[in-house]
Design a protein around this ligand. Structure first.
Ligand SMILES: Nc1ncnc2c1ncn2[C@@H]1O[C@H](COP(=O)(O)OP(=O)(O)O)[C@@H](O)[C@H]1O
Ligand SMILES: [Mg+2]
Length: 599
């Protein structure tokens, strides 16, 4: 089983990783495109707010060096101007940032909504082939933890990063304009800052990746234990699971500790560089003040700027990490989004008239994506109204034939016809009405029993629903449920046995009234007494339509008009059950063995 290219792999070659980046960038662009004008507006507001925020210390310098001396000379206007300006800048900054945060929240969540809905739509649109190779656990991870990583980034980090970058840029520029020599000292501090940041970046990328891998294997282990809890209990695997889980969770703790410890170096390192810079500016600025070359106000402002310059750094570093995980999530999501359905809608579909229900396999060859030939040159004709049983060893290709008739897959070569029409030329809507497949799974959706039956025919009346249930022998047990047909199948008391679930899915198929019905091991959860009960319902269900049944129990096979014995994708026997039983072939042996087992 292979997944989507590039997905979940840690090491990629150059071309692969480039393709991955392009794919994920294209997705990012398509997400941003619809909100681009709002994005430009919010960027403009951020820039303005950060400019005003940086104006504060310059006004303080003005206040100390110009307004204060004037006030001492009894001229108070400059002081009022400066204080007024300071207050105005503070108010304007606060309201602009507030507006930006609220505005950005809306943009971010719109982008997230778009992505969320795209993933859902895509995973529903993709063919069975995708879902048979891409485990549901991974689909769930795309829709949950990956979306969460992106949400995390959008919710906090993103806004802070944009604001922080501009803040640092403007702070440095203001210092440069105010006092170039102090700016020079700040610029020298960028050398250790560069090395510290580089060190952090390299290490945190590594450690964060380890942490994501550790957390993923922890989750996978947990999900597998829980979904297989019956097997775990049956085979007493608790102890082994427990120790594996302990190892994995300890690994996760250790790598998380290392991640957090990185900040234990980075934060204080920043603080140290910042304070050294301030001290140096104070030292050199102080001597210039003593020599009368520099105003005290300017020095004060220079110190504030130099100190504040480092403020956003720690947040930026945090942002870098959420950026890393959001980025890898986006890459995985883009992998799912670029998958194409393998079963395509016909360009010009053939209108279906009255359907007889003849199924023809014309030299059909088939293999799954692993290239192992399952069917080779299969020729088969099933007549309208015929009930055909497929029997054969596990892996013979019975379900594969069923999936080809339902067009979950297309043949690799040859064609499958319904009444002389290639299935590939029938619209999926028509096909779903015509061909219905019931499997062992018999899935019930949350809702009432009646709703679950009506899935086969959304317009069904309560009478029709009851008639369908009666026809397949499901009525009696439904009436014993707490609320009868209105019982919620997910509520206590509404929980039904797997055999009862299969009866409900029979009623669902009966009410859909398809021309072709496929039952793939659909009776295997029934015990022998219930199966007897269903026999009659099954006959009603199979009556007046073409049917393909795959069943292990030969009593079910006996109701067929015709039995096909399959081996390695080839039909090795093909006749009525009676003839095959009286013969000397494989089916006759199977039948004898089965009869012997009954006595
Ligand atoms: N989704 C799949 N991907 C790859 N191989 C598959 C898949 N499903 C079935 N196969 C293989 O195809 C062969 C036929 O399988 P199947 O038709 O399910 O057999 P049966 O229903 O007769 O037990 C088996 O060898 C099986 O391993
Ligand atoms: Mg099967």
């Amino acid at each position: 089983m292979q997944g989507v290219k590039g997905e979940d792999k840690i090491i990629l070659d150059k071309a692969e990783s480039k393709a991955l980046k392009l794919r994920s960038r294209a997705l990012l662009f398509s997400l941003i495109h619809p909100v681009r004008s709002r994005l430009v507006l919010s960027l403009f507001v951020v820039i303005l707010s950060q400019m005003l925020r940086v104006a504060g210390p310059a006004l303080i310098a003005l206040g100390i060096d110009w307004a204060l001396p004037a006030a001492i000379r009894q001229e108070t206007t400059p002081l009022f101007l400066v204080v007024g300006g300071y207050l105005f800048a503070a108010l304007a900054t606060a309201s602009l940032i507030s507006w930006f945060l609220r505005f950005a929240a809306k943009i971010n969540q719109d982008v997230l909504l778009d992505l969320r809905q795209r993933i859902f739509k895509q995973t529903q649109r993709l063919s069975i082939e995708f879902h048979e190779k891409y485990t549901s656990g991974r689909v769930i991870a795309r829709q949950t933890s990956d979306l969460d990583a992106i949400k995390e980034l959008l919710a906090s980090g993103g806004n802070e990063m944009i604001a922080g970058v501009f803040y640092m840029l403007f702070t440095a520029s203001a210092l440069f304009l105010l006092d170039p020599s102090s700016f020079g000292i700040l610029a020298i501090s960028w050398i250790p800052l560069f090395f510290l940041t580089k060190w952090f970046q390299v290490n945190s990328r590594l450690k964060f990746r380890q942490s994501r891998v550790a957390s993923a294997s922890l989750i996978v282990n947990f999900v597998e234990t829980m979904t297989g809890i019956r097997a775990v209990k049956a085979f007493r695997k608790e102890k082994a699971n427990q120790s594996l889980y302990e190892i994995l969770s300890e690994e996760y703790r250790d790598v998380t500790v290392k991640v957090i410890q990185l900040f234990g170096y980075f934060g204080p390192g920043l603080l140290l560089i910042g304070n050294m810079t301030v001290a140096t500016i104070l030292l050199f600025g102080g001597t210039r003040v003593l020599q009368g070359e520099l105003g005290i106000g300017v020095l004060t402002a220079a110190i504030i700027y130099a100190r504040r310059f480092f403020d956003p750094m720690e947040n930026l570093a945090m942002f870098y990490n959420s950026y890393q995980s959001a980025n890898s999530s986006l890459e995985k999501i883009s992998g799912v989004l670029q998958e194409k359905p393998t079963v395509l809608e016909p360009k010009a579909s053939t209108k279906l008239g009255e359907i007889e229900g003849r199924i023809t396999f014309n030299n059909v060859s088939f293999n799954y994506s692993n290239e192992v030939k399952v069917l080779k040159d299969l020729k088969l004709e099933i007549l309208p109204g015929q009930t055909v049983a497929l029997v054969g060893t596990t892996g013979a290709g019975k379900s594969t034939i069923a999936k080809l008739v339902a067009r979950f897959y297309d043949p690799t070569a040859g064609e499958v016809l319904l009444d002389e029409i290639n299935l590939q030329n029938i619209s999926s809507t028509d096909l779903r009405k015509t061909v219905v497949m019931v499997t062992q799974e018999a899935y019930l959706f949350s809702g009432s029993v009646a709703e679950n039956i009506a899935l086969g025919k959304p317009s069904a009346t309560p009478e029709e629903i009851e008639a369908a249930a009666k026809a397949v022998g499901a009525h009696d047990f439904i009436m014993e449920l707490p609320d009868g047909y209105s019982t919620d199948v997910n509520k206590r008391g509404g929980r039904v046995s797997s055999g009862q679930r299969q009866l409900i899915s029979f009623a669902r198929a009966f009410i859909a009234d398809p021309a072709v019905l496929i039952l793939d091991e659909a009776t295997s959860s029934l015990d022998v007494p219930s199966e007897r009960l269903v026999q009659q319902g099954l006959k009603t269900l199979l009556n007046s339509r073409t049917a393909i049944i795959i069943a292990h129990r030969l009593s079910t096979v006996a109701i067929a008009d015709r039995v096909l014995v399959l081996e390695h994708g080839q039909v090795i026997e093909d006749d009525t059950p009676e003839k095959l039983i009286s013969g000397t072939g494989k089916f006759s042996k199977m039948h004898k063995a089965w009869r012997d087992s009954l006595v």
